[in-house]
Design a protein around this ligand. Sequence first.
Ligand code: ADP
Ligand code: MG
Length: 238
Amino acid sequence: MGSLNIENVKKAFGPVEVLKGIDLDVSDGEFVVFVGPSGCGKSTLLRVIAGLEDSTSGRVVIDGQDVTTIPPAKRGIAMVFQTYALYPHLTVKNNMGLGLKQIGTPGAEIDKRIDAASVMLSLKPYLDRRPAELSGGQRQRVAIGRAVVREPKLFLFDEPLSNLDAALRVNTRLEIAQLHRRLKATMIYVTHDQVEAMTLADKIVVLNAGRIEQIGRPMELYNSPANEFVAGFIGSPK
Ligand code: ADP
Ligand code: MG
């Protein structure tokens, strides 16, 4: 299970309010995409959900539990970053298993989960390699695999395709969509790319300057943008 409720979340850095009161409900199994221009607060919102930033006020509730003051490792989330964030000195297998090892998961269970995830993500041939010996697409699949083995309630992706070239972007996007169908997991995905948003999302959240402009299914936003901003960003001309 992996529902998420965000209640009136605000975040300021010094005098600058970057999130100005965000309310959002995500159901178990939903694929929700945050879109909006650079600097509008997408990563900050994701980091508040993850617990990597404390909000200034408001609540974050995962699966009915208020996690607002709970540290990231105990929230049942796994995050995938634009820059992969793999350990260069560790093999693919050890990168994927490290988090589980640190929380005391038995070795046999770790191996079983790595095996299943590496089949799903076509990583079997690369398990003994180090990140430097992989392409960007393969590295990002390892980072996704590392998230999968944790069996999180919530997957958080922050522009996971932004460092990949065009062909790999399409490919990796399809892998993420397939993963969502297989795992039926709740996924929150940040991008500034309209095509990614339109193709991946059950529900799109359009952010602008720290506020939500509109929430809806892709075709709802496309056909009925609430305002000029949404129309300009994803909708047809209004
Ligand atoms: P996005 O991911 O949508 O591009 P961010 O959430 O990264 O936007 O940033 C939103 C705003 O908050 C930006 O103006 C950014 O400069 C500012 N910001 C983000 N992180 C910090 C920080 N740690 N300290 C100060 N300002 C920050
Ligand atoms: Mg960002």
